[in-house]
Design a protein around this ligand. Structure first.
Ligand SMILES: Nc1ncnc2c1ncn2[C@@H]1O[C@H](COP(=O)(O)OP(=O)(O)OP(=O)(O)O)[C@@H](O)[C@H]1O
Ligand SMILES: [Mg+2]
Length: 289
């Protein structure tokens, strides 16, 4: 049984986060908080991810709600990036990586044999930790996706998409006179916003971000966070972050992972002010991680 003590911490937890309600599948007990949503964009059930014989993600069940911003937090190596990559099959290219469980996007199986992975990645875009612009001009970076997906019939249409995406990424004013300059000549923060512009140029429904600000200074980070808040009006955003302040600032819900298990997920405010699991509490108070 779980009983809440005066501090709101789950009194059933014991040393090392093992709980009275532990099972073999869930040594830390069932996922605490609110893993499920009424309007699910992704429905993920009993998802396990293996590298060879080793499970990096263990029986995780979670909904990602439409148009929410959800943060994944947890100690290094707990499986945040691995789990994020399952959402658009970025792990397909990793040798020996295998995904089990049910994963659906708008009700359709993400891993079915008939799934068009190129189309999936156009709907579920990704921004990486290190800005990775192509060695091309600003214009060609943003136009790349729309060109391969045939989203523009005329040059003027492509120009419009490029401008709209750069505006959406908060970069237009800084680069509008230098669209033909190589992207690699811009600052790290500008390059990261360019990568966000490139991701949104194909009108995705979801944007996955794996520590998008870890290589940026506080000013560039603030710009990207502002951008995430603006994008959240139109997109579903899943962001991995090591910064608890960032999770608190940008996300509606926060999910805490530990050694491949989803220990707790709830409204961000709830997770940071009264976490239910001892492990979550230890992490957010800086006792480990
Ligand atoms: N390509 C791979 N091959 C084998 N094992 C891997 C591979 N990628 C990750 N792992 C293992 O899977 C586990 C989860 O790794 P993952 O990168 O998902 O963690 P993370 O939470 O994103 O960590 P970090 O915060 O350091 O980025 C780790 O034990 C890691 O060593
Ligand atoms: Mg990672």
């Amino acid at each position: 049984m779980n009983t809440m003590n005066a501090t709101g911490i789950n009194a059933a937890t014991t040393e090392g986060g093992q709980t009275a309600d532990a099972t073999e599948d869930r040594p830390y007990g069932p996922t605490r908080g609110q893993p499920f949503a009424d309007e699910a964009k992704f429905k993920l059930r009993d998802v396990s991810v293996y590298y060879g014989d080793t499970a990096a993600i263990k029986k995780v069940s979670l909904d990602v709600a439409r148009n929410e911003v959800i943060s994944f937090i947890g100690p290094s190596g707990c499986g945040k990036s691995t789990f994020l990559r399952t959402l658009n099959r970025m792990n397909d290219s990793i040798d020996g990586c295998r995904v089990e469980g049910q994963l659906t996007l708008d009700g359709d199986d993400i891993y079915s044999d008939s799934r068009d992975v190129v189309e999936l990645r156009a709907r579920v875009g990704m921004v990486f930790q290190k800005p990775n612009p192509f060695p091309k001009s600003i214009y060609d970076n943003v136009a790349y996706g729309p060109r391969i997906h045939g989203l523009a019939n005329r040059k003027s249409e492509l120009d419009d998409i490029v401008e709209r995406s750069l505006r959406g990424a908060g970069l237009w004013e800084e680069v509008k006179d230098r669209l033909d300059s190589p992207a690699t000549g811009f600052s790290g923060g500008q390059q990261q916003r360019l990568c966000i512009a490139r991701a949104i140029a194909v009108s995705p429904e979801v944007v996955l971000m794996d520590e998008p600000c870890s290589a940026l200074d506080p000013i560039a980070t603030a710009k990207v966070e502002e951008l995430i808040s603006e994008l959240s009006e139109s997109y579903t955003i899943v962001i991995v972050t090591h910064s608890m302040q960032q999770a608190a600032r940008v996300s509606d819900r926060t999910a805490y992972f530990h050694l491949g298990h989803l220990v707790e997920v709830d409204e961000t405010n709830q997770v940071f002010t009264s976490p239910q699991h001892e492990l979550t509490e230890s992490y957010i108070t800086g006792r480990f991680g």
